[in-house]
Structures are given as C-alpha cells and as structure tokens.
Design a binder for this molecule. Structure first.
Ligand SMILES: NC(=O)c1ccc[n+]([C@@H]2O[C@H](COP(=O)([O-])OP(=O)(O)OC[C@H]3O[C@@H](n4cnc5c(N)ncnc54)[C@H](OP(=O)(O)O)[C@@H]3O)[C@@H](O)[C@H]2O)c1
Length: 318
C-alpha cells in the first residue's frame, strides 16, 4: 500500500506541485483577491526568517499588516526584519525568539504574547525534516516536537486571543507529502520500527491536517485552514532533501509561488467564505486522501491524537 501511495503521489506532484503546476493553476486565480489593506491587523508567522514564511511576511507587510516574526535564531530573524521593512516600507515588523521544538519556550511565548499583543491571524509555518531520530532537551522526537507539538501548543494557547478579534484565522503550512501517511497515533514519536525522517515528517503533516479539521469543528469563531505550498526551492528542501533538490531544481516553484496560497488564506475575503477546516492547494480546497489509499483514520484515533497532545502540553503549563 505504501508503494502504491508513494507512486501515485509522485506522479501527482510532477503535474501539480511544480512551477508549471503553479502556472497552470494561477490562470484561474482572481487577481483582485489580494487587493486588501491590512492596516490594523496583526499576523503571527512562525519560521518567518526564510523561504515561504518570509515570502508570506513580505506580502502581508506590503499590504500594511503588523507582522510578528517568530524565529529561533536572532541574527537570521533581525536580518529578515530589516529586509521586510526595506521592501515593504512598513515599520510594524517585530521579532520574537522562540525555538518551536521547545514546548516550554512555545508555551511561555504564547502566554506572554497574548497578554500584551493582538493577533488576528496565526500562520503556523515553521517546520523541519530531521533525518536522524533525535530528541529535544525535553526528550521529545525533534520532528514531532517542532511540526506537531509546537504548532499545537502555540495554536491552542492563542485561541482565546484570536477569539477576541474580527475575522480571526489560523493557517497551518502542512505538505502534500501527508497524503502518503495514515495517522499512526500509537507511534507519534517514531520510536517503533525503523526511523525514516521523510515519513516522520509526512506523518506530522498528516497530524496538522487532522488537528486543523478538529479545531475547526471545536472553535467556530475562528477560520482554520491547512495547505500545501507545492514544491518550492527553499533552504529546507536544499538541506533536508538534497537528492530530490538536485533532481528537481529546475522544476521547483519560487518561494513566492509557495507562499501564494498562504497569503490568500490569510488575507482574502474569498478564503474566509470557504468552510473552515479544509486543506488547500493553489487557492482551492483539495481532498486530504488519495483515491483508494486507505489513509483514513477513525474518529477515536483522531481524538487520541488531540488528547495525547493536550496531556503533553499540560506538562509545560506554568
Ligand atoms: N518548500 C517546499 O517545497 C515545502 C513543501 C511542503 C511543505 N513545506 C513546508 O513549508 C514550511 C516552510 O518551509 P520552507 O520550505 O519555506 O523552508 P525554510 O525556508 O527552511 O523555512 C523553514 C522555517 O522554519 C524555521 N524553523 C525550523 N525549525 C524551527 C524551530 N525549531 N523553531 C523555530 N523555527 C524553526 C526555520 O528557521 P531557521 O532558518 O532557523 O532554520 C525557517 O525559518 C515548512 O512547514 C515546510 O514543511 C515546504
């Protein structure tokens, strides 16, 4: 089954996730959707010092939004802030240093941020693919800690602040790679079987899609979406998937192409008219399962994912 899923997914990717896939899809975009003035709206973007996150921050800053860059490295974050201000002429760009793989840091940041700032839109973009099984200082597998637990803690801790605002949104940058995975709720930290970083990452991205669906049904006041940016040429792809990058580099999307649907989900009126909880690719809601892939999980498994995360998060509550 996994061979079938991987093969079907790769053929789909060659058609849709590449630069030419973006160009074909973009013919149907409504260019006016991004003509918005974001003055007075506040955007929290994780992993915004590079790649898709930085391209997203640039587009939002150009439209007048207040940007909060949540990054782990001060130097890289300050450099990105400088570039974004130069390009957008928008001074409302702020840096927060948070390692998203540290549940304690994420919890502390979210609580202190919500005390003194507003948040209209949260963009969960930071992500990693670590190819060896490594544990964080808190003893949690690194891919899961960053992609799933960090995203879960930040989102749930900011939900009360989001609910205070008009038209609040949460966008989670998942990946089409999640299509090859079925939720494996009994192996969330990949401690069973042989470790495969690509599959651990894809499993985390599946978890993000499921969490988005659950949050949407539990918090009707907030508009939740998850999305796939396509295959974009970013440092993460260069470093974590060097063979894929070498083979595909002429076919990859630019960072701005990868960011387009994130921006559309975060700012357009058209996006907020879509039902909450869906998975998007190139400004369109798309299925979360490949045909005949047997990748659907049961409601009980999905509830267990959420309760396991709640229990883990509880350990880091002050
Ligand atoms: N590019 C693609 O083809 C593609 C496809 C599907 C999904 N995605 C998703 O798109 C998102 C953005 O990735 P990208 O491709 O734009 O790569 P990127 O340019 O390398 O960006 C990843 C960002 O996440 C940050 N990050 C990673 N671990 C972190 C941590 N522990 N704490 C705080 N920040 C952390 C990175 O910070 P540093 O600079 O400090 O490392 C960087 O800012 C990711 O969620 C990725 O999974 C990308």
């Amino acid at each position: 089954m996994s061979f079938y899923r991987n093969a079907v997914w790769f053929v789909k990717g060659l058609q849709e996730y590449t630069k030419s896939g973006y160009e074909a899809a973009a013919k149907h975009f409504n260019p006016g959707d991004l003509d918005v003035n974001l003055t007075g709206r506040s955007f929290v973007i994780t992993g915004a010092n590079s790649g898709i996150g930085k391209a997203t921050a640039n587009e939002i800053a150009k439209r007048g939004g207040t940007i909060h860059l949540v990054c782990r490295n001060k130097e890289r974050a300050e450099e990105a802030k400088k570039n974004i201000i130069e390009l957008s002429k928008n001074q409302n760009v702020h840096v927060h240093i948070v390692d998203m793989s540290s549940a304690r840091q994420v919890m502390e940041f979210a609580i202190s941020f919500a005390k003194s700032n507003r948040v209209h839109v949260l963009i969960n973009n930071a992500g990693c693919m670590v190819n060896q099984r490594e544990l964080t200082e808190e003893g949690i597998e690194k891919n899961f800690a960053t992609n799933t637990l960090g995203t879960f803690i930040l989102t749930t801790a900011l939900i009360p602040a989001l609910k205070l605002e008009q038209d609040p949104r949460v966008i989670t940058v998942s990946s089409g790679g999640m299509l090859v995975q079925k939720l494996d709720v009994d192996n969330l930290q990949s401690d069973k079987g042989t470790f495969d970083g690509t599959m651990a990452y894809a499993q985390n991205k599946r978890q993000q899609v499921i969490l988005t669906e659950r949050w949407a049904s539990q918090h009707k006041e907030i508009h939740f979406s998850s999305m796939h940016p396509g295959w974009a040429d970013t440092p993460a792809v260069q470093l974590s998937m060097p063979d894929f990058h070498a083979k595909m580099k002429n076919k990859l999307r630019t960072e701005a192409m990868g960011a387009d649907t994130v921006v559309w989900l975060a700012v357009s009126a058209a996006a907020s008219k879509q039902p909450s909880g869906l998975f998007f690719q190139d400004r369109k809601a798309v299925p979360t399962h490949l045909p005949l892939a047997s990748s659907r999980s049961s409601p009980a498994e999905e509830e267990k994912l959420q309760t396991t995360l709640e229990q883990l998060a509880l350990k880091f509550k002050p």
